[in-house]
Design a binder for this molecule. Structure first.
Ligand SMILES: Cc1cc2nc3c(=O)[nH]c(=O)nc-3n(C[C@H](O)[C@H](O)[C@H](O)COP(=O)(O)OP(=O)(O)OC[C@H]3O[C@@H](n4cnc5c(N)ncnc54)[C@H](O)[C@@H]3O)c2cc1C
Length: 390
């Protein structure tokens, strides 16, 4: 019996597991990424600038807050959100980061914990890309331990007075509103800080060697008066920000698959044409083994994320399962990108080929939303019942 050839980027035919709607979302986003994102990313990365024209493109396709029902959002399932992240990150992790932050870290908490007035005010505008959000949790003294938060807010009549700072914040200087997590006498609360509020300043972090096509910055609060109407009423405690991170980490587990696929795709083509010692590079055993290993790791990552998405849509998701996928898939993608860079030889350090850009980006992606170590310790705690963080 003759077998038909497999898709090197989808060895287990995950595509056949997708519903018609999921496949359509994937194809639509893939086309947009091929036509509009990929042609811009090399230059955007070199120029250290986020291509803001892409905000309209992603908004028009309904990719911002795509999992939210109502409020002009698309109401798609979690697999669709994952596929959106995968295709965007095939273009660049910076564009996927923009969509992750806007969708999972800003629109999600406003939808899950906000007042009706906050939802009406922000969600439709954010879905259209007319209002940009950022998420302030990490502080300069250590992002892995958000329980040790120094940013604090005190009640003053009907208002709150906010002081402190946040570091490494995606979209910081382009945001109209920041969802800021601060400690209060009543526990950690979420505040919607608007860009023009007196005492609120932002500063861009320059000279990054990673995620150069994404805006990253710091937030500073000096006696910022935040009205009670801007406090998220539906949550108190660290579970607020942690629940947002679960959403975003889920999307990242899919996103990095796209970056890894782009790298494998590049080396499959390159090693066909590169002739060394009288034969194309892809005829050698070690090159084949390395590319086979990339395909194996991509396949594993795809199946992890697909099952994670099914668990999420059936309401059975455990955050530890998200840690397994975020850890596994980021590690796989980073290793694949670094190895792809090496297989290209000297050409691998050129921006003409995608692996070096993806590898540099993935150095951030493996660090943000919980470093690899943090996710390993989450899994360790689940296995042993012992908290080894402290
Ligand atoms: C490009 C970029 C964008 C980002 N965007 C955002 C954003 O939008 N919003 C936001 O709030 N944050 C954001 N972050 C911050 C990110 O989440 C943090 O960088 C991350 O959580 C790690 O925190 P840290 O950098 O302070 O490192 P630290 O917490 O200081 O960790 C330093 C090292 O110590 C290790 N470590 C920590 N705890 C332990 C332990 N118990 N045992 C052993 N080792 C340990 C870590 O794994 C790491 O290797 C972003 C970061 C980057 C780089």
């Amino acid at each position: 019996m003759a077998f038909s050839a497999l898709d090197p980027l989808d060895l287990y035919d995950v595509r056949s597991e997708l519903s018609e709607e999921e496949a359509m979302v994937r194809d639509t986003v893939a086309r947009m990424v091929d036509d509009k994102v990929i042609p811009l990313m090399r230059e955007a990365f070199e120029q250290h600038s986020f291509p803001r024209e892409l905000i309209t493109e992603v908004a028009e396709l309904g990719l911002l807050g795509s999992s939210i029902e109502g409020y002009d959002c698309a109401g798609l399932n979690s697999i669709c959100y994952g596929l959106i992240c995968q295709e965007l990150e095939r273009g660049d992790s910076g564009v996927r980061s923009f969509v992750s932050v806007q969708s999972s870290l800003v629109m999600y908490p406003i939808h899950a914990y906000g007042s009706e007035e906050q939802k009406q005010r922000w969600l439709p505008a954010m879905a259209r890309g007319e209002a940009i959000g950022c998420f302030g949790l990490t502080e300069p003294h250590g992002g892995s331990d958000p329980g040790n938060m120094k940013t604090h807010a005190k009640r003053d009549g009907d208002d709150w007075i906010l002081n402190g700072s946040k570091m490494w914040i995606t979209n910081a200087t382009i945001a109209d509103a920041a969802v800021v997590w601060a400690s209060t006498d009543e526990g950690v609360k979420g505040f919607i800080v608007e860009k023009d509020m007196p005492g609120f300043e932002t500063q861009e972090i320059e000279n990054k060697f990673s995620l150069r096509a994404s805006v990253t910055g710091a937030l500073f609060f000096d006696n910022v008066r935040v009205p009670a109407a801007n406090v998220l009423p539906g949550v108190t405690g660290l579970k607020g920000p942690l629940s947002c991170l679960t959403q975003a980490r889920y999307g990242i587990s899919w996103g990095v698959i796209g970056a890894a696929q782009a790298c494998l795709d590049e080396v499959l083509r390159y090693t066909q044409d590169r002739v060394l010692f009288g034969q194309p590079l892809n005829h050698t055993q070690t090159i084949q083994i390395r590319m086979a290993d990339m395909a194996r790791r991509i396949t594993t990552a795809q199946l992890l994320s697909l099952q994670l998405g099914r668990l999420k849509d059936s309401g059975k998701l455990n955050p530890t399962q998200v840690s397994v996928a975020k850890w596994n898939n980021c590690r796989a993608a980073l290793d694949i990108a670094r190895d792809a860079r090496d297989i290209l030889g000297g050409a691998g350090i050129s921006a003409e080929y995608v692996p070096i850009r993806h590898a540099l980006n993935l150095e951030s992606v493996i660090t943000y939303e919980g470093t690899e170590t943090i996710h390993q310790l989450v899994v360790g705690k689940e296995l042993t019942g012992v908290n080894a963080f402290g």
